[in-house]
Design a protein around this ligand. Structure first.
Ligand SMILES: NC(=O)c1ccc[n+]([C@@H]2O[C@H](COP(=O)([O-])OP(=O)(O)OC[C@H]3O[C@@H](n4cnc5c(N)ncnc54)[C@H](OP(=O)(O)O)[C@@H]3O)[C@@H](O)[C@H]2O)c1
Length: 339
């Protein structure tokens, strides 16, 4: 062991609207000692994901909230440094539900061993992890893509959006991204090969979307909600499918973007026979091996590209997380821990 103490970030208070730095608190604790059958993981990377904003609120949801003074939830990649578990030895690299902390105990539940020769281990938090699987599961199970159709995807430079778009591109769909700012849009078109990318901060966003989708939209993979949904709604074709994956524009409770379009949304669902279907990735968990077998080799050979935004230091996780909710990350947001 190289560190004297363990560090963790806990929820100090429930945010009122936007998360502020004082809602999260860095604490030092003793490095825990593994009991019988347990392993001790030195956490090397933690994943920061939009869903964590929901865990900060005490509301009914698909998962319970983090308690006040509880360690923030996260998946991490780490190295086993002590083990009395029969399946793990020192030096194993694992994906684990670690939380925002430098050292985590585990009984081996929910762990996946990682092989750095297969792909960089950080990909298990992004393109080959939960976000990538979300893209794959939502696109194929709900989106049901067909060549020649038009797909629109928001947060297009991030781990979910970038994979949805590249899978659709390879199937022969017209693929349109929505992203924040010219730099992200250039990456989405030039590096990821989307047909077009619309900057949602551009006041002419709705007009640019209409121009980019001359045949309407057959699949809108919803990651955003708010103003982008309002621009999408008039463009949806009859029988369009809408996997409702995320609503990040609403997570800080600040998406009051003008008119309430609920009546128009309901009318469009009826008159255009739309299928809107919310999902949380784990409902499709049985497809995980097929996802890894399909997407893994394509990440390895470079036909599927991904981008990571790596921030150093657990102490910088709160600011990075706050930034992600405002679009300041560029690629899968990961915190690298120093030991
Ligand atoms: N259902 C599930 O199981 C599941 C699983 C994983 C993720 N998700 C959802 O998928 C979405 C993308 O997740 P991710 O991990 O790939 O995130 P990400 O792209 O790495 O980061 C979030 C991005 O959202 C965009 N954003 C933030 N506020 C916005 C706003 N007001 N309007 C438009 N865009 C905004 C920003 O990108 P720009 O700068 O480009 O706008 C930001 O970089 C999120 O909604 C997340 O909750 C759902």
């Amino acid at each position: 062991m190289t560190a004297e103490t363990a560090r963790q970030i806990v929820l100090a208070s429930r945010p009122k609207g936007k998360v502020t730095p004082t809602d999260l608190r860095l604490e030092e604790t003793e490095i825990p000692a593994p009991g019988p059958g347990e392993i001790l993981i030195r956490v090397d990377y933690i994943s920061l994901d939009p869903y964590m904003r929901g865990r900060m609120d005490d509301v009914k949801s698909y998962a319970p909230p983090v308690a006040i003074s509880g360690v923030m939830t996260a998946e991490g990649v780490g190295t086993v440094i002590q083990s009395s578990h029969p399946d793990y030895v020192e030096g194993n690299i694992v994906l684990a539900p670690t939380g925002w902390r430098s050292h985590a105990l585990s009984k081996g539940v929910g762990l996946r061993k990682l092989d750095p020769a297969f792909a960089p281990v950080t990909t298990a938090l992004g393109v080959l992890g939960m976000p990538g699987f979300t893209a794959y599961a939502g696109l194929f199970n709900i989106g049901r893509p067909k060549p020649g159709e038009t797909l629109v995807i928001g947060a297009a430079s991030g781990p979910v959006g970038s994979l949805v778009g590249q899978l659709a591109r390879d199937l022969g769909l017209r693929t349109i991204g929505v992203a924040g700012g010219p730099e992200k849009c250039a990456y989405v078109m030039e590096d990821l090969g989307f047909n077009a990318c619309i900057d949602h901060r551009d006041p002419e966003m709705a007009a640019h979307l209409a121009t980019a989708c001359p045949n309407g939209i057959d699949i809108y993979f919803e990651n955003i909600g708010g103003a982008v949904w309002q621009a999408i709604l008039p463009l949806l074709n009859t029988f369009a499918r809408i996997p409702v994956c995320g609503l990040i524009a609403q997570y800080n409770g600040a998406a009051k973007s003008g008119d309430d379009r609920l009546p128009q949304t309901m009318r469009a669902i009826l008159t255009r026979s739309l299928t809107m279907r919310g999902f949380i990735n784990f409902e499709f968990a049985e497809h995980y091996p097929e996802f890894l077998a399909t997407v893994g080799p394509r990440v390895a050979d470079g036909t599927i590209r991904y981008r990571e935004d790596i921030v150093d230091g657990l102490e910088n996780a709160p600011e990075a997380f706050i930034g992600m909710l405002e679009g300041r990350n560029f690629g899968k947001l990961i915190v690298r821990l120093a030991h």
